[in-house]
Ligand binder design. Structure first.
Ligand SMILES: [Zn+2]
Length: 304
């Protein structure tokens, strides 16, 4: 059912009224946000009672866990532990995440579900803030997963299961697409193993992009010109036989002599959310400030 249709509006109204009776005026970030009513209803196939139960569960989880205050201690303890980061927004105003097996320092022996859940929840909470501050901001995200250099331990079904559980229970319909780039037999095998515990709607979000990646395929996925150019260059640089220092240290601004490509994100994202980050912490409401990848924060707050 389409957002905005009479039928959907009626169901949203019914759900909002049930929420008023049960949770009252608290938790307005969930109960008064029409996009969240829509997302929870859609995730429960338009069953108002089931959507109500799901929202109540999320409210309890948010009260207990305070995910809006989470950070990733693994990245703080080991710089570059996770390379997955927000790198901009696409043409539909969706937050774009990029991850690379080449860039992360997480190793086969250290992979666990807990660290992946913490990192992904942190990124999602921050992505929602970023989308609220851009003119055409959406309420969902796209994850570009660059499979170059993939190793088996980093894509364990157990980790994928835990991350999927948190996303489907407390961030329904937030992840619009997973674009798999440079995927080989290992990724396809891992997906075949993971697929059976994913809801069909979640599995359908996965897209295996052409190998090698093309501009046209990214534009077809609504990445827009700026994000497409950034992704093409980032993917190309991370597939080189010898990876440059500025790519491995993706959290730092590259030296002017090294490269014009900034691995921290697209021009628009760097200008709006990284270059101004230190200043944005001073005035205003720090609760609404978008925090980039934990190591980007350390790099921009450490420099003079
Ligand atoms: Zn992390």
């Amino acid at each position: 059912m389409e957002r905005g249709s009479d039928q959907v509006q009626r169901l949203e109204k019914e759900l909002a009224s049930l929420l008023d009776q049960t949770v009252g005026s608290d938790h307005v970030e969930i109960t008064r946000d029409p996009t969240s009513l829509y997302r929870y209803l859609r995730a429960r196939d338009w069953d108002v009672k089931a959507a109500l139960d799901m929202i109540q569960d999320s409210i309890l989880w948010r009260q207990r866990e305070r995910p809006d205050q989470w950070t990733c201690k693994w990245c703080r303890e080991k710089t570059g532990y996770h390379a997955m980061r927000q790198v901009g927004h696409d043409a539909l105003g969706r937050a774009v995440f990029y991850s690379s097996f080449i860039q992360m320092t997480l190793t086969a022996s250290s992979a666990c579900a807990e660290d992946s859940v913490a990192h992904v929840v942190y990124l999602l909470e921050q992505a929602i803030r970023s989308m609220a501050t851009i003119p055409n901001g959406s309420d969902s995200c796209v994850w570009v997963m660059d499979c170059t250099g993939m190793f088996l331990a980093a894509c364990s079904p157990r980790v994928a299961y835990r991350v999927n559980q948190i996303l489907s229970h407390h961030y329904p319909e937030r992840l619009a697409r997973i674009l798999c780039v440079n995927s080989g037999y290992m990724m396809r095998g891992a997906f075949a193993a993971i697929k059976h515990f994913l809801a069909p709607r979640t599995a359908a979000k996965m897209r295996f992009m052409p190998v090698p990646i093309t501009r046209e395929s990214l534009l077809d996925e609504h990445m827009g010109d700026e994000m497409t150019e950034w992704l093409m260059e980032e993917i190309r640089l991370n597939a080189q036989r010898t990876i440059g220092d500025s790519q491995l240290r993706f959290w730092e601004r590259p030296a002017a002599t090294e490269s014009v490509h900034d691995p921290r994100g697209s021009d628009g994202y760097v200008k709006q959310f990284i270059a101004t980050y230190r200043g944005s912490l001073k005035g205003g409401d720090p609760k609404g400030v978008h925090h980039p990848h934990p190591n980007i924060i350390e790099a921009v707050t450490a420099c003079k």
